[in-house]
Design a protein around this ligand. Structure first.
Ligand SMILES: [Zn+2]
Length: 221
């Protein structure tokens, strides 16, 4: 269906205007999807140890899920603003730097999106942020696969844990190679809330013979 003339004018204008900052949505975005103030707010965050409800491996998050970080993460996930991957990857890099000395030789295993979420976004947002961790980061070894799962919103913590457990599968061959090489796994997720997903992922990888001493996240809710 064609847009009305007014909509078309607005759409055309949006094409030529610089995108608004993904975080404050008022200032125009500089490179990387953020205005200078919001980029500075993200750069000022300090990693923190998350304390999820579930006994997940220790989780270091780049910052609390609030303010500029929460806004940027939502735009990245829900509106597929892929230009934010370097800024979010830089944050993951700081969380990784906090755990890296404790886990020499570690590889990064991102929590995978479900097929439906990946299709909706058009990309694997956690793996894409991992790929933009600056410097000689730990290598990325995506050896978890997501199975279809019900939306966990509104589920009790126990049911949420069960749904998380049933939603992940370990890719046998890459996992066996990591286990044979004795390389520990650092799990990576976008937001850690109850820790159910990280706990389920760690359990699945441990059952496949891997060590999972730590996890990192972009934000802790
Ligand atoms: Zn901004």
């Amino acid at each position: 269906m064609w847009s009305s003339t007014a909509n078309l004018a607005a759409d055309a204008r949006a094409l030529f205007l610089p995108a608004a900052c993904a975080s404050c949505r008022s200032a125009p975005a500089a490179g990387g999807g953020l205005c200078a103030d919001c980029a500075a707010a993200l750069a000022a965050l300090r990693p923190l140890l998350a304390t999820p409800l579930h006994p997940a491996p220790p989780v270091v998050a780049a910052g609390p899920y609030a303010g500029a970080l929460a806004e940027a993460l939502n735009e990245y996930k829900e509106r597929a603003r892929r230009e934010l991957a370097p800024a979010l990857g830089a944050l993951l890099g700081r969380a990784l730097a906090a755990v890296a000395p404790e886990v020499p030789g570690a590889v990064l295993v991102p929590i995978p999106p479900t097929r439906a979420a990946r299709r909706a976004r058009g990309f694997d947002h956690v793996a894409a942020a991992c790929a933009r961790i600056p410097g000689p980061a730990a290598p990325l070894r995506p050896c978890l696969r997501a199975l279809p799962r019900p939306d966990s919103v509104g589920l009790s913590p126990r049911r949420r844990a069960l749904a998380a457990k049933r939603s992940l599968r370990v890719a046998a061959r890459p996992a066996a190679a990591l286990a044979a090489a004795g390389r520990p796994v650092v799990l990576v997720d976008d937001v850690v809330t109850t820790g159910a997903t990280l706990a389920a992922a760690a359990a699945a990888l441990r059952a496949a013979g891997l060590q999972v001493p730590a996890a990192i996240a972009i934000a802790a809710a």
